[in-house]
Design a protein around this ligand. Structure first.
Ligand code: HEC
Length: 110
């Protein structure tokens, strides 16, 4: 069984790498969003105070710099892109967490 499991895992790994985000990354990103209060202003499918993550994903779907822009917006705050309510900065999040959040948001579908 062990001999079979290793090549299988390698194939699985390659399949996962081709996807935008692994299941584990998606899970960590949602944990981050939950623990950092993102869901008090955002939901995945409905506008709350801020835009839904599915509409953010749709807006930036053709933008190859989307991850960098969203990292910027989350870290330093954002205003005037979606409406009159600004998003406050999230200065305590590290680079890796910001990146993961941005990459995850861009995969959210309605
Ligand atoms: C106090 C409410 C609030 C909280 C908390 C909040 N947001 Fe926002 N967010 C907003 C608002 C309002 C906007 C729209 C800002 C604008 O019009 O530019 C926004 C916009 C965004 C955008 C789109 C930015 C762009 O450049 O188009 C992303 C991505 C985002 N938020 C992610 C997050 C994440 C991740 C968190 C948690 C770390 C978070 N937000 C927490 C209110 C919030």
């Amino acid at each position: 069984m062990k001999i079979l499991a290793i090549p299988l895992l390698m194939v699985w790994g390659a399949v996962q790498a081709a996807q935008p985000l692994s299941q584990a990354d998606t899970k960590s990103a949602m944990e981050l969003a939950k623990n950092n209060g993102c869901f008090s202003c955002h939901s995945t499918a409905e506008k709350v105070v801020g835009p839904s993550y599915s509409s953010v994903a749709a807006k930036y779907s053709d933008d190859k710099d989307a991850v960098a822009s969203l990292v910027q917006s989350i870290q330093y705050g954002s205003k005037g892109k979606w409406g009159r309510i600004p998003m406050p900065p999230h200065a305590s999040l590290g680079k890796d967490d910001l990146n993961l959040l941005a990459r995850w948001i861009l995969t959210v579908e309605k």
